[in-house]
Design a protein around this ligand. Structure first.
Ligand code: GLU
Length: 291
C-alpha cells in the first residue's frame, strides 16, 4: 500500500515537473538554477544586508519574450531574469527568495530611487541622463534600436521611412525619444511594447520601435503577423543593471560577478536557456564600464 502511494506521489511529481517545464517554455524559454553561494560580506555593505535578509527585490519586464516575461506559472523567465537569479545566488539568496516586481520603461528610475526594488534588470539602456538618478553595473548585453512592421509591409526598411508617420513606442524609453527627435516620427505612446502590437496590426501605426531583441521576441511569437523592417539597427543600447546611485561598492561587486559569469559559463548557459532559443549566436560579455 505504502509503495503504491509513494509511486503515485512520484508520478504526480513527474507530471507537475513536466507541466512546469511546458509552462515556462510558453513564457519564452527555460531556466537554469545557478548554485547558491555560501557568501559572507563586509558589514554595512548592501551585499551583507541582502544576504542577511535572505531576500532581494528585482524589477524586470513581465511582457517581453526572451528577456523578461511572466509565464503562466507566475514566474518571469528570460535572460534578464537569469542574470538576476545568478546575482542573487552569488549573494547567497536562492531563487525562491527573489521577489520579482514589474518595472515598465517609465518607472525604473523612480522604483530604484524610492527603494521599491534593490535592482532593475529590464532591457535597461545605460545613458548619462539616467545616470543622474541611478547607477548602472554592466553592460551585460548590447542591443540596438530597430523597427517592427506588419509582415506584408515592404515600404519601411530604415528609420527615415517613418518620418512624419505614426510609430508606437513606450513612454520613458530611449527608442521613443530617438525616433521622435532624430527621425521626426509621430510617436504614439504606450506603457508597454505589448500594448503597441494591436495598433500595429490594425494599422493605426505603421511601426513599433524599440530594441531589436525585444522585437525579435514578438516576431518569434507571431511570425505570420510581424517582421523586423531590417536586420540593421540604428542605435546602441547597452543594457545595464540599475541600482541606487551612490552604491559604488555594490556596483563594483556586481561588475565583478558579471565578469565571473562570462568566465564560468553562467552567462552562456543563461543565454542558451532563454534568448538563445531565438537568437542563436551567444554574445560576448561587453567590456564592463567601470565609471
Ligand atoms: N533599452 C531601451 C530603454 O531602456 C528600450 C527598451 C525598454 O524600454 O525597456 O529605454
Amino acid at each position: 500500500m505504502k509503495s503504491l502511494i509513494t509511486r503515485r506521489k512520484s508520478l504526480l511529481v513527474a507530471a507537475s515537473a513536466a507541466l512546469a517545464l511546458s509552462l515556462s517554455a510558453c513564457g519564452g524559454g527555460s531556466t537554469t538554477t545557478p548554485p547558491v553561494a555560501s557568501a559572507s560580506f563586509e558589514a554595512g555593505t548592501t551585499m551583507q544586508k541582502l544576504n542577511e535578509a535572505q531576500k532581494i527585490t528585482i524589477g524586470t519586464k513581465f511582457d517581453q519574450p526572451l528577456f523578461g516575461q511572466k509565464g503562466l506559472d507566475g514566474k518571469p523567465v528570460g535572460f534578464d531574469v537569469e542574470m538576476g537569479k545568478a546575482i542573487a545566488a552569488k549573494l547567497g539568496i536562492p531563487e525562491d527568495k527573489i521577489e520579482w516586481v514589474e518595472t515598465v520603461s517609465q518607472n525604473r528610475e523612480s522604483f530604484i530611487e524610492q527603494g521599491r526594488v534593490d535592482l532593475v534588470i529590464a532591457t535597461y539602456t545605460i545613458n548619462d541622463a539616467r545616470k543622474e538618478k541611478v547607477a548602472f553595473a554592466g553592460p551585460y548585453y548590447e542591443a540596438g534600436q530597430a523597427l517592427l512592421v506588419n509582415k506584408d509591409d515592404n515600404s519601411i526598411t530604415k528609420p527615415e521611412d517613418v518620418t512624419g508617420k505614426k510609430v508606437c513606442s513606450v513612454t520613458g524609453s530611449t527608442p521613443a525619444k530617438t525616433i521622435a527627435e532624430k527621425y521626426n516620427a509621430e510617436v504614439v505612446p504606450a506603457a508597454t511594447y505589448t500594448a503597441c502590437l494591436e495598433p500595429l496590426r490594425n494599422k493605426q501605426v505603421v511601426a513599433v520601435t524599440t530594441d531589436n531583441v525585444i522585437l525579435a521576441g514578438y516576431v518569434d511569437k507571431e511570425p505570420d503577423a510581424f517582421k523586423l523592417a531590417s536586420d540593421e539597427t540604428f542605435t546602441k543600447e547597452p543594457y545595464g543593471i540599475g541600482l541606487k546611485k551612490d552604491d559604488t561598492v555594490f556596483r563594483n561587486w556586481i561588475n565583478d560577478q558579471l565578469e565571473e559569469f562570462a568566465k564560468d559559463d553562467t552567462y552562456k548557459k543563461a543565454w542558451e536557456a532563454t534568448a538563445g532559443k531565438v537568437i542563436k549566436t551567444v554574445p560576448e560579455l561587453p567590456t564592463i564600464d567601470r565609471y
